[in-house]
Design a protein around this ligand. Structure first.
Ligand code: ZN
Length: 316
């Protein structure tokens, strides 16, 4: 009798422990956050652009994690240990590619998908100051390339959530339409700048795609990555360009130090030319980041409108 009770007891303990063990395993796999939000899939993205993109396509269907906070410079951003966790727990990891997230390339390549992966290499090339052919990561200012990136992201999200395929497809179509409208709007707005005043001077070379799309020559004292050196020769070239073309205004960016543009202004003044630096009170151009969530410019569409409005107001 006593022996039988012991057996029953032992079996009960074994069943209980194995049940507890299983539960522990399950909660460990889905993570605490996953449980709270009803077990949605986790999409981790590197930048505010991609955060906005995924939100537009499937915002209510996934949990999102952002690695590089809005306003920080992705060219220089170093992954922290919390970022590695975000990468680790991701069911889908999206990044820009073309070496935009230059310091995280390895971690991203091994697990992530670059939304620029399908781009024709002929479309992403440019020349550096010395005439060398290089790849330029700032593709989002070419609305056609941005559309391609959005389509690529949508396809990945549909793969991740097959049951939401149709819904994501509808969101995609609606979003692509908005991008077409934005492009038309931009063309109309930028046409207000008189022919002789169509020059865009920015701190680093982030607006080549914008330049090609809307036929506005651009110039910057620093190259396509903020990781590159700012040579005296490049500063001098930019100053000469401003003076020679009588450029009315030059622009600071939200992700780089505005002091560089002040130096350009001073150098122009020494040559007897007054140029305005557009900066401060939210009057910076967005080049490599959207605005922080909740501020104007926190979506791609508003960011682009802000930029175009600022450029037209100061150059026309
Ligand atoms: Zn940049």
């Amino acid at each position: 009798m006593k022996k039988n009770l012991w057996v029953i007891f032992l079996v009960a303990v074994m069943v209980l422990t194995s049940a507890c063990g299983k539960q522990g395993g399950v909660s460990g796999e889905t993570s605490a956050e996953g449980n709270v939000s009803g077990g949605k899939k986790v999409v981790t993205v590197t930048t505010s652009f991609l955060y906005d993109m995924v939100k537009s396509l499937a915002g209510d269907k996934v949990d999102m994690e952002l690695i590089i906070p809005a306003g920080e410079d992705p060219h220089l951003y170093l992954a922290k240990s919390a970022d590695l966790q975000k990468i680790q727990k991701a069911d889908l990891l999206l990044y820009h590619g073309i070496h935009f997230e230059g310091k995280m390339q390895e971690a991203l390549e091994s697990k992530g998908y670059a939304v620029s992966e399908t781009f024709d290499v002929a479309k992403i090339g440019t020349m550096d100051e010395d005439g060398h052919s290089i790849q330029d990561p700032h593709f989002w200012f070419d609305i056609d390339l941005y559309k391609e990136a959005v389509k690529n992201a949508a396809a990945k999200l549909q793969e991740l959530l097959p049951e939401e395929k149709e819904e994501i497809g509808k969101n995609l179509d609606a979003y692509l339409e908005k991008l077409t409208e934005l492009d038309e709007e931009n063309k109309k707005m930028l046409a207000e700048i008189p022919e002789g005043g169509r020059y865009l001077i920015t701190p680093h070379d982030a607006f080549n795609y914008f330049s090609r799309r809307y036929n506005i020559p651009v110039m910057a004292p620093q190259g396509v990555s903020t990781d590159s050196e700012v040579a005296n020769k490049d500063i001098e070239n930019t100053v000469n360009f401003i003076v020679e073309h009588k450029v009315k205004a030059i622009f600071a960016e939200s992700t780089t130090d505005p002091a560089r543009m002040e130096k350009l202004r001073e150098a122009c003044k020494e040559k007897g030319f007054e140029v305005k630096v557009v900066k401060g009170d939210g009057k910076e151009l967005f080049s490599d980041s959207l605005a922080p969530q909740g501020e104007f410019g926190d979506t791609y569409l508003d960011m682009y409108r802000h930029n175009v409005k600022l450029i037209v107001e100061n150059l026309k």
